[in-house]
Design a binder for this molecule. Structure first.
Ligand code: NAI
Length: 356
């Protein structure tokens, strides 16, 4: 592999504006571009570069080709005292899923608990964005979503499930929420994309090549590996059932591919479980106990070479605070694309799942 790609530091407000303008140039309405830009800047500021500005080029091509509904009719259908479905009409994922989250929180406010599915959405980005928002309003939140089939099932040599992520957040007393957010693969596909954009080697535990052999070259990836073998494989199946089959959507290898046909809508599924802790316990005690848990974790003696035990999301939050103040590191090719006039039409479409 050649030298790693250079990084440029971009002020958060400027990055937001560049992303928003590019998405509007591709055809999105301002409110949808605004929410998507907010989400992508959040991801880059947290250090989740796999789900930040690196995605704009692909999103813009899909939007420009009609693979995202520009004027979606987003409909909330309440299906029971604490259940509902948001029909996203394949609008841009970050906007649809943010709207769906508002409905889920309103329902949890009413009934104490909400299980809300989002049917027919586009790629929704980093799931921590949504669960953290719910926890900031005092709720516990779980989110899961489908993604395109890129993972070799345990013992298999062909891809079947997506990287199907799970995110969870819980509120704390006078502190920011704990946030756990992970793909059910050793690494999210976006991490491979990020490594590609930086021309950087990956560990041989992340993915396999076209022969099913472990690879360290991100450009040769042809299948991702589940976390913890059969356990991760089981988890990604659970996510697909809850965020896909349960909502009447395509499942497993039938889930639409990110790069196959960018003129087609994605029809993806996402699901939220929102819980009002007041329906189960004393809220102050609950939040204090989460604080206590964090403190006790911080007091655990770290192993040699590790500075400290962190709670999930702690490092992302620290990065967010730093980058929002000092600027966000962005791979130079991503930045160059954002400041250019370009909207690609043949960069991503009509390719296999692991296209460059
Ligand atoms: P990751 O491997 O970077 O992090 C996983 C979790 O481990 C996070 O909660 C993180 O806070 C925690 N963590 C990391 N280092 C830690 C440490 N030293 N101590 C304690 N906790 C630590 O995440 P991954 O799996 O690469 O996922 C990245 C993003 O990709 C997520 O935001 C996920 O939602 C998103 N994603 C989205 C998809 C979509 O289709 N919308 C598909 C797949 C992933």
């Amino acid at each position: 592999m050649t030298e790693e790609t250079a990084i440029v530091t971009v002020e958060a407000g400027k990055l937001h504006q560049l992303i928003k303008e590019k998405l509007m140039a591709a055809g999105l309405h301002e409110a949808h571009a605004e929410e998507t830009a907010k989400h992508l800047v959040y991801a880059d500021a947290c250090g989740i570069h796999s789900h930040g500005a690196v995605r704009v080029d692909y999103y813009a091509e899909r939007i420009a080709k009609g693979g995202v509904t520009i004027d979606p009719e987003i409909v909330f259908e309440k299906t029971g005292a604490s259940t509902g479905l948001v029909h996203g009409d394949n609008g841009v994922g970050q906007y649809v899923c943010d709207e769906a989250l508002k409905h889920a929180i309103d329902l949890a406010k009413e009934s104490g608990l909400a299980l809300v599915g989002v049917s027919q959405t586009s790629h929704s980005g980093a799931l921590s964005y949504y669960v953290k928002k719910a926890a900031e309003q005092g709720y516990l939140a779980l989110a899961m979503c489908q993604s395109d089939p890129m993972v070799v099932p345990y013992g298999g040599s062909e891809t079947y499930f997506g990287t199907n992520p799970i995110a969870f957040s819980a509120p704390r007393k006078n502190e920011r929420p704990i946030v756990f957010d992970m793909a059910t693969t050793v690494q999210a596909w976006g991490k491979i994309l990020d490594a590609r954009s930086k021309n950087k080697e990956i560990p041989d535990t992340w993915a396999v090549d076209s022969q099913g052999n472990p690879t360290t070259n991100p450009h040769n990836v042809n299948g991702l590996l589940p976390i913890a073998g059969p356990k991760g494989y089981g988890l990604m199946m659970m996510v697909d059932i809850l965020a896909g089959t349960l909502l009447g959507l395509p499942f497993g290898k039938h889930v639409s591919s990110m790069y196959a046909d960018l003129t087609e809508k994605r029809n993806l599924g996402q699901i939220y479980l929102i819980i009002d802790p007041a329906r189960f316990t004393d809220v102050d005690t609950f939040k204090e106990n989460i604080n206590r848990m964090v403190n006790e974790l911080h007091e655990i003696k770290p192993v040699e070479g590790v500075q400290q035990v962190y709670y999930p999301g702690e490092l992302s939050q620290a990065r967010y605070d730093k980058y929002m103040t000092n600027g966000i590191p962005i791979a130079t090719p991503v930045y160059d694309y954002l400041v250019s006039e370009t909207i690609h039409f043949n960069q991503y479409g009509g390719k296999g799942a692991f296209a460059e």
